[in-house]
Design a protein around this ligand. Structure first.
Ligand SMILES: Cc1ncc(COP(=O)(O)O)c(C=O)c1O
Length: 464
């Protein structure tokens, strides 16, 4: 009869004729050599393993003693037996954590300051919702998201973003990225072949959309946002736009262009996908309401906590036209059976208590000071270069002198431990794009911004 353990997956075969102790030793030795049992792994007590394998405890004691003597196992007096470190260099040993490169001056765009994440608020909201939730809350959720979270979110978006959101047209998802992917799947199933995107725009979003077999005709952007006239010339059935703060140029879609865009959608029976990724952070002028609020049946609104809280949460949402809501919820169900319930409940709780409002108000002041420091430092050192998109968000774009070697500057900056991004990679044809630098100020301390720009100046002077 074969017997296996529940914790270790060791096999012993009584009919084989080989002594049980030898079989157990051999099994353990080869599990350690192959890396299946990793360094530090805890072994069951001799009593538990003997019970599992239905052998006498003395057999296990002897097997462990033999492997201790051979150096495969370690056991300090009074503590449990573990796998020794030096024997686990087998193929299954976990690779070391990849080293994340850190920069002295990190202007990586589009990220919040992780140290501002409201850990205590989040932890107490989690504790409260978990303590209060009935056992039923541990079932698979409604694929659209927990009802309470959708209600709280609808109220928040209507108040803060002038949206026209209803709870039953919201689908909570894993960030903007999944929201757009869900829309792509539904649109593709409905026969859509082209989704227009802004040029410049978010390069990864283009790649993602194309991965669903959709084409992405590029539509230019100017200081007034997407050039709607150019959209009229395509046969795209949907367009992905960033009206409140164009990514990456930062331009704001003017009211004329908004009207023209909505008119395009009405007349052509097409869909506008509104990526409202960083609209909470608007510094100088009145906030611009979401396009979705003007025409909820033509606009699929996509939002995220990636800027206000953290991209690690992977918590975002879609607010959908009536005609799409059911199909998108069905695709969400099919993709992953719904997003994490307790994160949604914790977020809902923070929304309801006004904690998110307070957090955004507080962080907005911090980011505005950083924005001011960066704009001031850039204007002083590069007085001739235009700076775009400073009114909102967590990044800005600075033109470089025509003919500048953008890539050379980005690389030289990196070699001096300064992280900046080249603007041309956001264009459909990078080689033809004007050279520019994208600088984020979300994650860099205000005190070192000036020094960072001063170092950057040296890099740019050295490259010209
Ligand atoms: C234009 C744009 N939209 C959305 C996002 C956020 O994506 P997600 O919500 O999937 O984190 C980003 C993040 O950098 C972005 O740049």
């Amino acid at each position: 009869m074969k017997r296996t353990t529940s914790e270790l997956f060791l096999r012993v075969e009584r009919q084989s004729g080989a002594p049980l102790r030898l079989q157990i030793e051999r099994e353990l030795r080869s599990a350690i050599q192959s890396g299946r049992l990793a360094a530090g792994a805890l072994l069951p007590s001799t009593r538990a393993l003997a019970g599992d394998l239905a052998v006498s405890r003395g057999v296990i004691v002897e097997a462990y003693e033999q492997l201790l003597a051979e150096g495969y196992l370690l056991s300090a007096r009074g503590s449990a037996t573990r796998v020794a470190a030096r024997r686990t260099e087998g193929s299954l040993a976990s690779p070391a954590n990849p080293v994340v490169q850190s920069f002295r001056f990190d202007f990586r765009p589009g990220l919040p300051d992780f140290s501002l994440f409201p850990r205590r608020l989040w932890m107490s909201a989690m504790r409260r919702v978990l303590g209060r939730a009935p056992d039923l809350a541990l079932d698979y959720p409604d694929s659209r998201g927990v009802h309470q979270a959708r209600v709280a979110l609808a109220a928040y978006l209507n108040r803060v973003r002038a949206a026209a959101a209803q709870a039953d047209r919201i689908v909570l998802c894993n960030g903007t990225t999944q929201g757009i992917a869900l829309l792509c799947r539904v649109l593709r199933e409905r026969g859509v072949r082209k989704i227009a995107v802004e040029d410049p725009g978010h390069a990864d979003q283009c790649t993602d959309i194309r991965s669903f077999g959709l084409e992405t005709p590029r539509i230019p952007v100017d200081d007034d946002g997407i050039v709607v006239d150019r959209l009229q010339r395509t046969d795209a059935r949907a367009v992905l736009v960033t009206p409140a703060h164009q990514y990456p140029t930062g331009s704001v879609l003017t009211s004329e262009r908004r009207a023209a865009l909505l008119d395009w959608a009405e007349r052509r029976d097409t869909l506008i996908v509104e990526d409202d990724y960083d609209a909470e952070y608007r510094y100088d002028r009145e906030p611009i309401g979401a396009l979705q609020g003007l025409c909820p049946d033509r606009v699929a609104y996509v939002g995220t906590t990636s800027k206000t809280l953290s991209p690690a949460l992977r918590l975002g949402w879609l607010v959908l036209p009536h005609s799409l809501a059911e199909d998108v919820a069905a695709v969400k169900l099919q993709s992953d059976r719904g997003s994490g319930v307790f994160e949604q409940l914790a977020y809902a709780e923070l929304l309801e208590r006004g904690d998110i409002d307070r957090h955004v108000r507080r962080t907005r002041l911090i980011y505005r000071s950083r924005r001011d420091a960066l704009v001031g430092a850039l204007r002083e050192r590069f007085p001739k270069q235009r700076i775009h998109g400073v009114a909102a968000g967590l990044h800005l774009l600075m033109d470089l002198r025509p003919g500048s070697d953008e890539k050379g500057i980005v690389d030289a900056a990196a070699s001096r431990s300064i992280r900046v991004y080249g603007g041309s990679s956001y264009y459909a044809r990078p080689a033809a794009a004007p050279p520019s630098l994208l600088l984020g100020y979300g994650g860099i301390a205000e005190e070192i911004i000036d020094a960072g720009v001063s170092e950057l100046e040296k890099v740019i002077l050295g490259a010209s």
